[in-house]
Design a binder for this molecule. Sequence first.
Ligand SMILES: Nc1ncnc2c1ncn2[C@@H]1O[C@H](COP(=O)(O)OP(=O)(O)OP(=O)(O)O)[C@@H](O)[C@H]1O
Length: 322
Amino acid sequence: MTTPAITANGLRKSYGDKVVLDGIDLTVREGTVFALLGPNGAGKTTAVKILSTLISAGPGSGEIRVGGHDLAADPQAARAAIGVTGQFSAVDGLITGEENMLLMADLHHLSKGEGRRVTAELLERFDLVEAAKKPASTYSGGMKRRLDIAMTLVGDPRIIFLDEPTTGLDPRSRHNMWQIIRELVTGGVTVFLTTQYLEEADELADRIAVLNNGRIAAEGTAEELKRLIPGGHVRLRFSDPHAYRTAASALGDVAQDDEALALQIPNDGSQRELRSILDRLDAAGIEADELTVHTPDLDDVFFALTATTVPAQTTQPKENAR
Ligand SMILES: Nc1ncnc2c1ncn2[C@@H]1O[C@H](COP(=O)(O)OP(=O)(O)OP(=O)(O)O)[C@@H](O)[C@H]1O
């Protein structure tokens, strides 16, 4: 197994007596997208700032490793492996997109020729050739974000932190950004993303952690998280009323819709529970005309986990599935 791109144990940070991160553990596998989700003020940006060496972790934090380097012992080496874009963007509005890129190439000590070559290639890749000679302040939100990512890639980072990369973008620009992120990952880059958009995490992330009240309220794949909360069910529809009634009695505790000849059975979406329903139908010699599995969407999960009345869960998602 390869070394994870990022690991953090017991990450803590307080401002005065306000505890922002209360001991969070994170592991991000290489070449994957990890999404840190949370409501406003949950501490997402703080976590990104610590992991990307912009601020130090609080006292009592455990070991943090980024790109294989211990952040406390060798922050410089970790810094060389990462790129950061987002709320604290490096784009200078007063100079052109191209000049921003060339400046970045200088910062990375590329030769003049190499800097120009990389700049031209990235401007092309991020569809910024036409705008290259215009001041960055004239760019749209989507163009600025693309320039920001292009600037980050000048240093050829293996790990990229994207802090709310699509906040404020229109749907088309958001989809463009998602495509860019997917291409980065296809190229082997690890992406650590923060977002308030559940749809974004659902679309992009291999794993999602929900941050709430300074702790990880839950972590897993989108599917695992959706299974954490009630509301999932299997719906069976029949065309034959006799089969419908036989199924209802074979399955026992089910909600019946006599008009639609449909049965609704509470289910966590797991293969085991689904098999048990199918086995009972088989044993009764009945076949449904239609079977659909409904899992709650990530919105349901987010609201359930970040509601103030819900206590933090720190165990593995699968064990909390029911
Ligand atoms: N430098 C600072 N000094 C004092 N408090 C701070 C500082 N930086 C952040 N905080 C506080 O820490 C908490 C977490 O902030 P953070 O920016 O990490 O949240 P976030 O999850 O990124 O929120 P958002 O989605 O609104 O960006 C907030 O209550 C914020 O006010």
